[in-house]
Design a protein around this ligand. Structure first.
Ligand code: GRF
Length: 200
């Protein structure tokens, strides 16, 4: 199966996926990596692995809608079975979801529906929760609101700062992402009343 991965940053989740794809039993390969900005380590990781890359940044376009359509069309060219938003810090729009919806997944560094948005680890720390984690979900039109595929729980330690907490989350997040994206690629998913199960 064909994975297209979109990144905005370090790309450690992407790296975990690319590493998993080395095993034929995983049943998927990363066929392209896209970003919404130049120069990020995620793109460099893909280039080192010989995987095609592309950049579509919002500022290259005269409107957010045009950016969204260009991103959707570029992703379409790679004919993905699953599109993985792995630390992609932009919301995809209506046209993107029209073209790819149902097979677009995102990972969020908190236990949805708690702490949506771009500062999940900081918000969890500030709230004082004792556990947090990561959520893999099917992207819908909202911010971290889609049907949940999997969650991983990590403890919040007394001496955590945002960086130490986010790093602990990311360790659990990578395993959860790799395990569940692979399973989704191999088995498919069925969504009934928001509830996701594997199968076809
Ligand atoms: C992940 O924790 C992701 O959930 C969050 O940003 C981080 C990206 O990490 N939105 P990386 O770029 O995969 O290393």
């Amino acid at each position: 199966k064909r994975l297209v991965v979109l990144v905005s940053g370090a790309g450690t989740n992407l790296q975990a996926l690319m590493d998993a794809c080395q095993d034929p039993a995983y049943g998927a390969s990363v066929v392209a990596v896209g970003a919404d900005r130049e120069g990020v380590e995620g793109l460099a990781r893909a280039e080192r692995a010989g995987i095609p890359t592309f950049v579509r940044s919002v500022k290259q376009f005269t409107s957010r809608g045009k950016w969204d359509r260009s991103l959707a069309e570029t992703v379409s060219r790679f004919d993905p079975d699953v599109v993985v938003l792995a630390g992609f810090m932009k919301l995809v729009g209506e046209d993107f979801l029209e073209a790819h919806g149902g097979r677009v997944v995102n990972t969020h560094p908190a236990l949805c529906p708690a702490f949506p948005g771009t500062s999940g680890p900081a918000d969890a720390l500030a709230y004082g929760v004792k556990v947090t984690g990561a959520t893999l979900f099917v992207v819908d039109g909202g911010v971290d609101t889609g049907p949940i595929i999997a969650q991983a729980v990590v403890p919040v330690e007394d001496d955590d700062d945002v960086a130490s907490l986010h790093e602990r989350i990311k360790v659990a997040e990578r395993t959860m992402l790799v395990d569940n994206v692979g399973r989704m690629a191999r088995e498919g998913i069925i969504i009934t009343n928001r509830k996701v199960r594997f199968g076809s």
